[in-house]
Design a binder for this molecule. Structure first.
Ligand code: SF4
Ligand code: SF4
Length: 159
């Protein structure tokens, strides 16, 4: 005697198997992460970085603190400024914590000198939360940690 609901369960099984067979001969829906980079949308906005002129390693930050003030998640825990000989502010230490950043882009939008931009880095895996805290300026100089490097992927830094 066939149990009640048998045919409905059997139909459901066939539907599931149909999907399995269809996928078996179609294009892979998965990627071999981390050996293959995760594709990101063309409009993706990733971690924020300070735009640096590559050769001279200069930036346009004037230490106005607007980005730090507007950040809704306090993802810029350190942004210290000093005054130069012309009595103008300049940034000394600048830290962005990607563990707190929600990639809202407010800091990029508010920056009066367009010194910040989003990267297109989508791979933010890290073994420790502290690795997501990036010191992008130290004692006025751009550090080598301007870009998220938790997995050593720097290839998207200019995208
Ligand atoms: S993108 Fe948003 S959350 Fe991230 S540092 Fe900028 S203002 Fe803060
Ligand atoms: S808003 Fe722009 S210029 Fe002002 S401190 Fe932030 S990065 Fe520098």
């Amino acid at each position: 005697m066939i149990e009640r609901g048998f045919w409905r369960g059997f139909g459901s099984l066939l539907t599931g198997l149909g999907v399995t067979f269809k996928r078996m001969f179609g294009k892979n829906a998965t990627i071999q992460y981390p050996h293959v980079p995760v594709p990101v949308s063309p409009i993706y906005r990733g971690p924020v970085r300070l735009i640096a002129e590559e050769v001279a390693s200069e930036h346009k930050c004037i230490g106005c603190l607007a980005c730090q003030r507007i950040c809704p998640t306090h993802a810029i825990p350190i942004l210290t400024v000093a005054k130069n000989e012309q009595n103008k502010n300049y940034p000394v230490d600048f830290v962005i914590d990607d563990a707190l950043c929600c990639f809202c882009g407010l800091c990029v939008d508010v920056c009066p000198t367009e010194a910040l931009e989003h990267t297109r880095i989508g791979d933010m895996a890290a073994t420790s939360q502290s690795l997501l805290r990036r010191e992008i300026l130290h004692e006025g100089a751009i550090t080598s940690d301007n870009f998220p490097t938790s997995t050593g992927k720097k290839e998207n830094k200019h995208v």
